[in-house]
Design a protein around this ligand. Sequence first.
Ligand code: NAD
Ligand code: UDP
Ligand code: UDP
Length: 325
Amino acid sequence: MSLTRKRILVTGGAGFLGSHLCERLLAEGNDVLSVDNYFTGRKDNIAHLLDHPRFEAMRHDICFPLYVEVDEIYNLACPASPVHYQFDPVQTTKVSVIGAINMLGLAKRVRAKIFQASTSEVYGDPSVHPQTEEYRGNVNPLGPRACYDEGKRCAETLFFDYHRQHHLRIKVVRIFNTYGPRMHPNDGRVVSNFIVQALRGEDITLFGDGSQTRAFCYVDDLIEGFLRMMATGEEVTGPINLGNPHEIPVRALAERVIALTGSRSRIVYRPLPQDDPTQRCPDITRARAVLGWEPSIALDDGLSRTIAYFERLLAERGGAKESPQ
Ligand code: NAD
Ligand code: UDP
Ligand code: UDP
């Protein structure tokens, strides 16, 4: 075995972001262990990696202890879309908190560097805009999003306490809405929903009046940010926002998807879900300064790549694109 080759654990490795991360880490010459219970992830996402001699996939729920020997840990295991994390909210808090404790305990035993995929949801429905890392957020602790928001906030607390108490090397990033190939077609997130609806010629479901804003980052840009964060010196703990600062109303996203797919789908209006943030956009000053990072893939380019992925997926499943009327 090479003395410089790292053994890297990716929890949630079969998910949307995890599968891209595993791919990138393998390409950089590392040994990669994906640990996933396949709750929202799919074996299909990592099928192309299974024959790779430096890749291993383990079915395991991180709410239970895990004993492996690794140099670095990326902790991504947690359902990420509102539909999925609200399906079993108690489990969402458990994986966020108990899962984090187990991974931190593992990092402590093997002295591994550990990365946490936190989220812009720690800011809740933000009253400071765009959001800087100093902003402490506006989270409803009792609402339907709380299992995720508070779970992720508690995980951040645990990371910083393990850092202070046990001197762990921690790397906490707060991820803003990210999209790209391998998003789950039914996970209810806005980019996958709109693209699948447009490709099938179904109505595009706009929640509220569509004036709420988000800023969408293409997955390759985000993964570059992950690697840069992990490579920083011990003094860099985060939290650091990672996302694309190009903010748009969700209605404008629907219009871009319709234009890029050439779909005849109509936009229909549905009630805004409870506690849906009215605005969200990262301030990435810190990421630029500390990591020299900023996104480079424009929305139309990223959407086109994602549309191409869903076209292939729907064709394979026999749910082919409806021809324009
Ligand atoms: P995803 O649902 O595709 O991936 C999550 C993965 O974790 C899945 O493969 C799932 O099966 C696995 N998992 C869930 N519970 C588990 C458990 N108990 N044990 C082991 N594996 C488990 O979501 P994603 O978009 O890839 O998100 C990955 C991480 O990034 C999550 O922690 C999420 O909170 C965070 N994040 C993502 C975004 C985004 O826009 N994609 C934004 C903010 C934060
Ligand atoms: N743990 C794990 N793998 C390890 C070491 C620890 O899963 O290699 C789990 C262990 O089950 C424990 C948790 O991580 O519950 C926290 O570990 P820590 O050492 O911080 O706490 P303690 O064992 O003292 O409760
Ligand atoms: N949304 C929408 N139609 C959909 C799915 C989502 O209008 O079919 C809206 C949702 O209400 C929110 C935004 O799109 O304002 C982003 O939703 P998503 O679930 O992708 O992520 P969030 O940022 O809310 O966690």
